[in-house]
Design a protein around this ligand. Structure first.
Ligand code: GDP
Ligand code: MG
Length: 659
């Protein structure tokens, strides 16, 4: 079992989002930090455990709830060109070997949660990915486990994935830190790698480092020209002033002699300035790894290297060198960053939770599980549809568009119907008046001129009345379409989440409209058959005829109420007019009554009845209540989000109560 690291962890000053001294210490001057850390060691040692770990734990626990799907959380992302030494730095910080080799070794983001537990004497670790969790009992198993996890997540090829692998290490000898290791920036695709691999990796890195909540750890070898490194370039694009970028210089032992001064300038933040500055570390080189140099010894070597180095020893004195100092700086930075971000995180979580709850309410809570509840649920749904139909019938639809306002449209149809009959009669009688020959040609039989045959009179009327039959059926169809549209509209509103229930309702709406239309047409036809009987009560007819005569008097000069044995043509027209008036006023009510009876009353009653019958057919519940796919997905997503965010709120509340 590889030996574990052991360095004493000085206690940095405590993070308080409101404490300017802390923010100052965290952001800039490590020497001050060390001095204060030294002083606080005894006073605040306990406080360190009490304050730092909870801040990091809070964010870790929010992250493991999946809150990062909703908002970005404070994190440290490690970025750098391939072979810049990222894995070596992470190894040194965590005390465990991570997969290394040539090419892209880190193929998906690896969240490295380091938890310092001074009370525990043993080392333990857990690796989690894709809902799997594996416990590891020794540092020697980590490398292999990470490799396996990557193969599962990103495939065994050379591809990459943005899915997160989490490695949690609890030990008395690790710093309190959570870091995210990202694939190294590469320029050319290797064989069996997708051509756009470099682009894919950059995209993934960009997604992490562009978040304001991320501290970017840009790893850069000391022996290259810092201005040309892609990592710093990328970090500068998303963080131009370097407010949240820390530079890490690696491989100080490989610096060409003569170039040391430049390196010192960079680390002292005098060359390529970053607000959060630089640190320099020395990790195990290839040879040291081959010689199985333990990481503990590597730390000793590192310290010795800086102490003895003519040019670099000053950096150690300034607290800008070595892995332990880096660990401390990172922890302090992270915790101060968390403390500063908390009010905003809390605000975002609460408002996202509210929004999700509102959205869920808007789409409904969904179908219950048990059969009993389902029956109840279906009952409620159908009842509300039934109510909606009743509202339509009562002319109480709300929010309908013009074309769906039932009675407005019915009145329009029916008054047009009356107008149609009146116009047709007027036109017909006019023709009779003007064209002397109409009667002669169409209706006159064997009678002598001047005689009017009663049977002929009846024929004239029948012929005129029958011209209304077709328009009556057309009217019937218009009303049928209108009512059907209104009902379908209610069905869509009530059942839009349930495809099967909806189509079942639509089937009934269409089926009933078809059968009721047949009945209505038959009744309309019957009405026209009856209209062939030319009949009117004497009292009514006398009354109407008198009025027609008096209206006609000024033009014809006929004496009012003059009974003549042989009616003149004018008198014939008066009779026709009187009778047709009666017919028009009867039919203008009668046809709408028939239509309303079948296409409205019966239609609504039967539809409501058939819908209620759906409830009694037990087997169909599940089928009828099957939701549309998108909707159940949307609801599930919202439910998950609400659960996640509610838990997050609880944790935030508990955290603020504990502080
Ligand atoms: P990564 O690709 O960025 O993860 O880089 P690695 O951590 O795998 O390091 C690449 C190579 O640089 C490895 O062979 C390391 O042993 C070596 N290396 C890392 N840090 C140092 C260092 O400080 N000094 C020397 N000499 N070699 C180092
Ligand atoms: Mg690596």
């Amino acid at each position: 079992m590889p030996k574990e690291l052991n360095w004493s962890h000085p206690s940095p000053q405590l993070p308080q989002s409101t404490d300017p001294a802390f923010v100052g210490a965290a952001t800039n001057h490590v020497p001050e930090l060390q001095r204060s850390a030294g002083m606080e060691k005894n006073l605040l040692g306990k406080n360190y455990e009490d304050k730092i770990r909870p801040h990091i734990d809070l964010i870790d626990s929010l992250r493991s709830l999946g809150v990062e799907k909703d908002l970005a959380l404070p994190a440290i992302a490690v970025i750098g060109d391939q072979s810049s030494g990222k894995s070596s730095v992470l190894e040194a910080l965590s005390g465990v070997s991570l997969p290394r080799g040539s090419g892209i070794v880190t193929r998906c983001p690896l969240e490295l949660k380091l938890k310092k537990d001074p009370r525990s004497t043993e080392w333990r670790a857990t690796i989690s990915y894709q809902n799997k969790k594996e416990h590891l009992d020794s540092p020697g198993r980590v490398e292999e486990a990470v490799r396996r996890a990557q193969d599962m997540v990103a495939g065994t090829g050379k591809g990459i994935s943005s899915e997160l692998i989490t490695l949690e290490i609890v030990s008395p000898n690790v710093p309190d830190l959570t870091l995210i290791d990202l694939p190294g920036i590469t320029r050319i695709a290797l064989r069996d790698q997708p051509d756009d691999i470099a682009q894919q990796i950059k995209q993934m890195i960009k997604r992490y480092i562009e978040r304001q909540e991320t501290i970017n750890l840009a790893v850069v070898p000391s022996n290259v020209d810092i201005a040309t490194t892609e990592a710093l370039e990328m970090a500068r694009k998303v963080d131009p002033t370097g407010d949240r970028t820390i530079g890490i210089l690696t491989k100080p032992d490989l610096v060409d002699s003569g170039a040391e001064k430049e390196v010192v300038q960079t680390v002292r933040n005098q060359a390529y300035t970053l607000k959060k500055g630089y640190m320099i570390v020395k990790c195990r080189g290839q040879r040291e790894i081959q010689n199985n140099l333990s990481m503990e010894d590597a730390l000793k070597n590192e310290r010795a290297f800086f102490e003895e180095h003519v040019e670099f020893s000053c950096l150690l004195k300034d607290g800008l060198a070595t892995i332990p100092n880096l660990a401390e700086k990172l922890t302090t930075e992270l915790v101060s960053h968390i403390a500063r971000s908390l009010p905003n995180i809390s605000y975002q979580i609460r408002s996202k939770l509210r929004a999700a709850e509102e959205e869920l309410n808007a789409i409904g809570r969904g179908v219950p599980d048990s059969e009993d509840e389902k029956s109840q649920f279906l009952h409620t749904k159908i009842k509300s549809f039934s109510m909606a139909i009743t509202h339509v019938m009562n002319g109480e639809q709300d929010g309908s568009t013009e074309d769906l306002k039932l009675y407005t449209n019915l009145r329009k149809f029916f008054s047009e119907w009356e107008k149609l009959m009146k116009n047709s009669n007027a036109q017909f009688l006019n023709e009779m008046r003007k064209e002397v020959n109409i009667y002669e040609n169409r209706f006159r039989g064997r009678e002598l001129q001047g005689f009017y045959n009663y049977k002929r009179f009846e024929d004239i009327l029948r012929e005129q009345i029958l011209t209304f039959q077709k328009p009556a059926v057309t009217l019937l169809n218009s009303v049928k379409d209108l009512v059907q549209r209104c009902f379908k509209n209610e069905a869509s509103k009530c059942f839009d989440q349930f495809e099967n229930l909806h189509s079942s309702a639509v089937d009934k709406i269409e089926g009933l409209s078809h059968s009721l239309e047949q009945e209505a047409v038959t009744t309309v036809e019957l009405q026209f058959t009856m209209e062939k009987i030319i009949y009117c009560q004497d009292s009514i007819y006398t009354y109407v005829l008198t009025r027609e005569r008096s209206a006609a008097a000024p033009t014809t000069g006929l004496p009012v109420q003059q009974d003549q044995v042989q009616p003149s043509k004018d008198q014939l027209i008066c009779h026709l007019q009187a009778y047709l008036k009666g017919v028009t006023s009867r039919m203008s009510n009668q046809i709408p009554l028939i239509i309303q009876h079948f296409m409205l009353r019966e239609y609504a009653d039967k539809l409501q009845d058939q819908m209620v019958r759906l409830i009694t057919n037990n087997k169909q519940f599940t089928y009828l209540l099957e939701e549309t796919h998108e909707l159940s997905e949307q609801r599930q997503r919202l439910k998950d989000q609400i659960q996640r965010l509610s838990l997050a709120v609880k944790r935030l509340t508990k955290f603020s109560e504990g502080n």
